[in-house]
Design a protein around this ligand. Structure first.
Ligand SMILES: [Zn+2]
Length: 237
């Protein structure tokens, strides 16, 4: 074989390897664990937070139109960052509009990163999420899983600061105040955050806050907000 032919073959082989690497990265994606498991979390990595890259899209799967103007506005909001799985959930229209509304209230004032709504959310490693919280997840095991129904969001970052270790940060705390300031029917009735954050806000279960110690301990690294029921809330004030 001529030298030119050999160089051409090597070039093609390198090109194919590069393409395979790109596909491998896209396929793996920044998947990470949700509630309580922070070992592998990826926090709105630069360039991946709102691009919505996915293999399906790469292969020409047709774009789903956002179901509402509110969803579109959230996706286009520069203050809103999300994992690719969370972006897909929004595009697929499975996220409860009240969750979208609460996130929009927060992004009016703060930059946040949502890691999971439904897809990519896990309570326990290796345990597929279902309609109910698995046994072994604190005292909440057996209760309905609001994530599974698209009625919950997990916030991991506020203004570039991880929730973990920053429960006392004014910006992280302000997310709680914004939620507290929402109308009763617009406010999630399942708000859980780190122990220090929860204590400082000093809100009540009637306002949607979960105060059980085992739950705040399981939320040291993120703020969870959810709606327990498909319609209405359990908030009493
Ligand atoms: Zn959650």
């Amino acid at each position: 074989m001529s030298v030119v032919g050999r160089i051409a073959r090597i070039t093609i082989a390198l090109g194919i390897s590069a393409v395979l690497c790109v596909f491998a990265v896209l396929a793996i994606g920044p998947r990470h664990l949700g509630d309580g498991l922070s070992a592998e979390d990826v926090r709105c990595p630069e360039g991946l937070d709102d691009t919505g890259i996915s293999l399906g899209r790469f292969f020409g799967e047709k774009d789903e139109e956002p179901v509402s103007g509110e969803v579109r506005a959230l996706l286009e909001d520069p203050n809103f960052g999300a994992s690719p799985a969370a972006v897909e959930d929004l595009r697929a229209g499975i996220v409860d509009e009240r969750i979208v509304g609460a996130l929009r209230a927060i992004t009016e004032e703060h930059r946040i990163c949502v890691d999971a709504f439904k897809e990519g959310h896990y309570f326990l490693p290796g345990v597929e999420d279902g309609p109910f919280i698995p046994d072994g997840y604190g005292e909440a095991g057996g209760l309905p899983n609001t994530h599974y129904h698209g009625r919950a969001a997990d916030i991991w970052d506020v203004d570039g600061k991880p929730v973990e270790g920053n429960g006392g940060d004014p910006d992280v705390r302000d997310v709680g105040w914004i939620l507290a300031g929402l109308q009763r029917d617009e406010r999630p009735d399942q708000i859980i955050g780190p122990p220090g954050w929860t204590e400082a806000l000093d809100r009540s279960p009637e306002e949607g806050w979960i105060l059980e110690k085992d739950q705040t301990e399981l939320h040291k690294d993120h703020i969870h907000m959810g709606f327990r029921e498909e319609n209405g809330t359990k908030n009493q004030k």
